[in-house]
Design a protein around this ligand. Sequence first.
Ligand code: S3P
Length: 420
Amino acid sequence: MNYHITRKEPFASSLRVPADKSISHRALILGSLAEGESRVENLLESRDVLATLEILKKLGKTIEKEGEAWIIKGRGWKEPEDVLNAENSGTTARLILGILSRLPFFSVITGDNSLRRRPMDRVIQPLTLMGGKFWARQDKYLPVAVKGNRLSPISYTLPIPSAQVKSSIILAALGIPKYSTIIEPLPSRDHTERMLKYMGGDIRREGSKIIVSGKAKLRSRYFCVPGDFSSAAFFIALSALIEGSSLTIKDVGLNPTRTGFLKVLEKMGAKIKISRKGETWEPRGDIEIEGSKLSPIALQREDIPGVIDEIPLIALLATQAEGESRIEGAEELRVKESDRIKTTVDNLRLMGADIQERPDGMIIKGPAALKGNRVKSNGDHRIAMMLSIAGSIAEGETIVEGTECVNISFPNFFNLLKDI
Ligand code: S3P
């Protein structure tokens, strides 16, 4: 599918974005580990999350929709009869591998063309050190076969700041009645830790260490998933880019490990107001943003985990800032749903941006008057949406090719964009 878009006028609007993808995956997975029935409201029903749901069903879980809520019945696990398919979702594959490593049966997990090219050795290595048994294509890619085993605790320093790797090890460690320690040199999103604590899990943080065991039984809980900050980011960027615009986004997750993008925008000169609305296991609230003149930004390695999914948008914002912006230490982007350094640079350049690819990031000189062109999502949902926002400030018509992938995380994105 192709999406045609032209320049938008300044606007004043208010909207809600769909539920958080990271939290939705975790609500299903952690709910499946608890005793009794867990209830999840406002689950994101996008392709990635439905892939997790289907896998859990094949592993013996009963997960049904009752009215607006999903009910998870966490009774036992069974060997799947067929290959499990994580489709496009790295979170699904890596978190589920953590659980499969300790379940007493054989399973095989695969994914789509994009996921089969993304590294799984980053979870296979620590899980193997714990005693897990894996057979992977070229020792690192899906399909991966797993034979569940009795695991031993681990003390492991994450070589890359990754919430997926951290969560995979935590999920394996929950099957061991002794303490495992995960050392995180740079903090990544901590939804797994927060949700486990809320469920009565034996998990705590001491500085950069996460200490976890399977000593405590997990209690089933009611989760109401907040709006996805990473989805909100597209509309936050749109109002920051159009001077004279103002936008309120209601009920968004405001977990500080996710909202680095707001700090970046403030540094670039955007006006942002946050109103927090009561905190349970995750902070949430409303975000108001006004567009204004933008200044350039410099991001270094330590800034990257807090904005990991928003970097293509930061590159777009930088094309409109007066001066040189630099993004460094971001090579992780090369192993996302697409090589996001390349797909961002190639497409924005086609639209007239002065943007240079670096092995670990990019250099952007602004401001550049963007011009409509034919650009490609490369099957990557966040690239498709970033390019649609770019098309909303470009002169003439932009055609974004391959937009069906937005269903991975943000099924009603184009309706919201049209209505704004
Ligand atoms: C996610 C973690 C991040 C992020 C991805 C979702 C998660 O990936 O980019 O969109 O839900 O844990 P990494 O852990 O690979 O950085």
